[in-house]
Ligand binder design. Structure first.
Ligand code: GLN
Length: 192
């Protein structure tokens, strides 16, 4: 199994390290041809406007859309924004695949970053220590989108739609590799 991590900007190294720790081959993706032969892709956190702009410049937008339409793809934080179909009034390049509405920087300046222990569907009883950094939230989900996690106040922070996974927080910044393992299992189910 070989998983790519979009390496235009943001926290891609940490994802690669976590995948390698789990014994999976992980490669940085900056060019369209680097998607060839991958079984899955992670779009990291960072700054979604920058990731979008660079994806356009590198001719990656269409290749990424094509890849994600065929293979499991997981967006964390900025990656969640990039995967979404709808981000309200903001105008920026998106893959526009997941049938969710996402609100960028949803926690405002007072709560720039915070950490919570989050129960996540499919990960067992042990909550996941989730690090949020200028995080988005999902404000609406439509047909076929499964909600995997909510904050205590009900706001949605992890979703899955078939082969697409999106988390508002940064699972690559903590030692808990259960979400990476979950993604690997999603790929294994697809490749049989
Ligand atoms: N606020 C960033 C954005 O809008 C996302 C932050 C993150 O990825 N940690 O793209």
């Amino acid at each position: 199994m070989k998983i790519g991590v979009l390496a235009l900007q943001g926290a891609f190294i940490e994802h690669i390290k976590t995948l390698q720790h789990l014994g999976v081959e992980a490669v940085e993706v900056r060019l369209p041809e680097e998607l060839d032969g991958l079984d899955g892709l992670i779009i990291p956190g960072g700054e979604s406007t920058t990731i979008g702009k660079l994806a356009v410049e590198y001719g990656l937008l269409e290749p990424l859309r094509r890849f994600a339409s065929a293979k499991p793809t997981w967006g964390t934080c900025a990656g969640m924004i990039f995967l979404a179909k709808d981000i309200g009034h903001d105008r920026q390049p998106l893959l526009g695949l997941m049938d969710v509405t996402v609100n960028r920087n949803a926690f405002g300046r007072q709560l720039d970053s915070f950490e919570v222990d989050l129960p996540i569907k499919g990960l067992g009883d042990e909550p996941f220590h989730a690090v949020f950094i200028r995080a988005p939230i999902v404000t609406e989900t439509r047909n076929g989108v499964d909600i995997l996690a909510r904050l205590e106040d009900g706001r949605i922070v992890a979703v899955q739609e078939n082969n697409w996974l999106a988390t508002a927080f940064h699972p690559e910044l903590t030692a808990d590799a259960r979400l990476h393992q979950y993604f690997i299992e999603l790929i294994q189910r697809q490749t049989g």
